[in-house]
Design a protein around this ligand. Structure first.
Ligand code: NAD
Length: 494
């Protein structure tokens, strides 16, 4: 019998209200059934939202340093369980163990960062325009927050939200992606052990269109944080808009690495290998376009092709494998579709492009690391997010043209330039339209204490990570204290 996992609502582990379940399988071996999870209903969401609303009454009154202390403890438990969690994550998500350990470490870093943030959460005081009057402003929690997350960073992304959200005094209804529910349950277990009280954190598993939609629509949910595709994000935004809810959107990317002729070529090569094929290209910040200056175009491609040919594809739990499986069948079909479009539109597939052969690969959703050359900026594979190990190489003749190509997509998450020319680097930092720009480093590698997010169709102006996430998880309260003993009329008596 497969292991049966549950929701956690109002301090109790429980099944879906109609007992429905869905399966969670290993993408490197679909015969490996990890377990079943509740296919929950809107009734379950309703219970979770009510429980979070009740719990908020007390949780908001617990001093922020004490809430931070719970996060710090959670970080310590995660540290002790790091290897175990990484193994669980690799089994359900596929990326190699070194990467899943990194994903857990990001959760630990966020826990420790947010733990101490409970002692800051600074407010701002200003002088009053009237005598004997004091002006203060400080952060207050919002209430019940809905959290909807994708599968590619099953620990990091939930912790980027839950830890700061809890420290700020909010309570949660959390719906993780259907492909990575086990890691999400471990996070809930850890927070329970760390001391999160009944009702403060609720997890409801299930389909996005049922559970996700019910969270967004629920009247007790005051704010929604969504990370996922731009298509779903726009629906979430519309639903939140008509209900006047706060919404934080972290969506797709089409990130480019620029390589100028004066760059350290080895460094740029290692950068694109990691940026494009790490996590099998399934990162929102993955390098999916490589913009090469014409002076180094041919030589760089030759070296890149020979390096990509050495990448070892396979089950991420086996040491030495560098490129794990695609998350599921639907996503692999989508990648195959884009490869066909690339060929049909005239791009040149110089390596990869197929499902790899091999006895150890035949039961998993593997796909070969793929490079297209002769890509023009307007081709579909240079414009749309593929979310797989597919790199489109585009030729440029100048820095200005490289930046124009980099900016010529609807997204604006991450970006990178390799150059030894400080002036070129600074122009790129200034002119690239993206939430993140790396100089002489790949498009991936965000740190927990820095703002994370994108411009244009990637986001809606909010940032996760660092101090900026508290702008989403708090409201400002302005307080005027008049100790003059008589009526003072602002804008009239002064
Ligand atoms: P997705 O949009 O299909 O799903 C994301 C989440 O939304 C899942 O939990 C899903 O169940 C839920 N959902 C689906 N339909 C919904 C609905 N109608 N209402 C509410 N919730 C709904 O995305 P995915 O395939 O899981 O993730 C891949 C995408 O996520 C890529 O586009 C990637 O770029 C993006 N992503 C962005 C960031 C970022 O920070 N910018 C980080 C990671 C992933």
């Amino acid at each position: 019998m497969p292991q049966k996992f549950q929701n956690y609502i109002d301090g109790l582990w429980c099944d879906s209200s109609d007992m429905g379940t869905f399966e969670n399988r290993n993408p490197a071996n679909w015969n490996d059934l990890i377990g079943t999870f509740p296919l929950s209903t809107s009734q379950d969401v309703d219970r979770a939202a009510n429980s979070a609303a009740n719990a908020f009454k007390k949780w908001r009154l617990l001093p922020a340093p004490a809430r931070g202390e719970i996060c710090r403890k959670a970080g310590e438990i995660m540290l002790l369980r790091k290897d175990e969690i990484a193994a669980i994550m690799t089994r359900e998500m596929g990326k190699p163990l070194a990467e899943t350990k990194g994903d857990v470490q990001e959760g630990i870093d966020t826990a420790f960062y947010c733990g101490t943030e409970g002692r800051r959460l600074f407010g701002i005081n200003t002088p009053s325009e009237l005598p004997n009057k004091m002006n203060l402003s400080f952060r207050v929690p919002i209430g019940v927050c809905g959290l909807i997350t994708p599968w590619n960073f099953p620990m990091a992304i939930p912790t980027w939200n839950i830890f700061p959200g809890l420290v700020a005094g909010n309570t949660f209804v959390f719906k993780p992606a259907e492909d990575t529910p086990h890691t999400a349950n471990i996070l809930v277990e850890i927070l329970i052990e760390a001391g999160v009280p009944q009702g403060v954190l609720n997890i409801v598993h299930g389909a996005g269109t049922t559970v996700g939609a019910a969270i967004v629509e629920h009247p007790l949910v005051q704010a929604v944080s969504f990370t996922g595709s731009t298509k779903t994000g726009k629906t979430v935004a519309e639903q939140c808009g008509t209900r006047a809810k706060h919404v934080c959107l972290e969506m797709g990317g089409k990130n480019a690495q620029i390589v100028m002729p004066d760059a350290d070529m080895e460094l740029a090569l290692h950068g694109v290998l990691w940026g494009a094929f790490g996590t099998t290209g399934q990162r929102c910040t993955a390098t999916s376009r490589l913009i090469l200056h014409e002076a180094i175009y041919d030589s760089f491609i030759d070296k890149l092709k020979s390096q990509v040919a050495t990448l070892k594809i396979g089950d991420g739990s086996i040491g030495g494998n560098q490129v794990g499986p695609i998350i599921n069948e639907k996503q692999r079909r989508n990648i195959e579709r884009y490869v066909k479009i690339g060929i049909d539109e005239g791009a040149n597939c110089i390596i990869g492009g197929s499902i790899p052969k091999g006895a150890d690969l035949e039961n998993g959703w593997f796909f070969e690391p793929t490079i297209f050359t002769d890509v023009t900026p307007n081709m579909t594979i240079a414009q749309e997010e593929i979310f797989g190990p597919v790199l489109s190489v585009i030729k440029c003749t100048s820095l200005e043209e490289a930046i124009e190509i980099s900016n010529g997509v609807i997204y604006g998450l991450s970006s990178s330039i390799y150059t030894r020319d400080i002036n070129a680097a600074m122009v790129a930092v200034r002119d690239i339209e993206a939430g993140i720009t790396y100089v002489n480093a790949p498009t991936i590698g965000a740190e927990a204490h820095m703002p994370f997010g994108g411009v244009k169709a990637t986001g809606n102006g909010h940032r996760e990570g660092g101090w900026t996430v508290f702008d989403f998880y708090t409201e400002w309260k302005s307080v005027y204290i008049d100790f003059s003993g008589h009526l003072q009329r602002a804008q009239i008596d002064n």
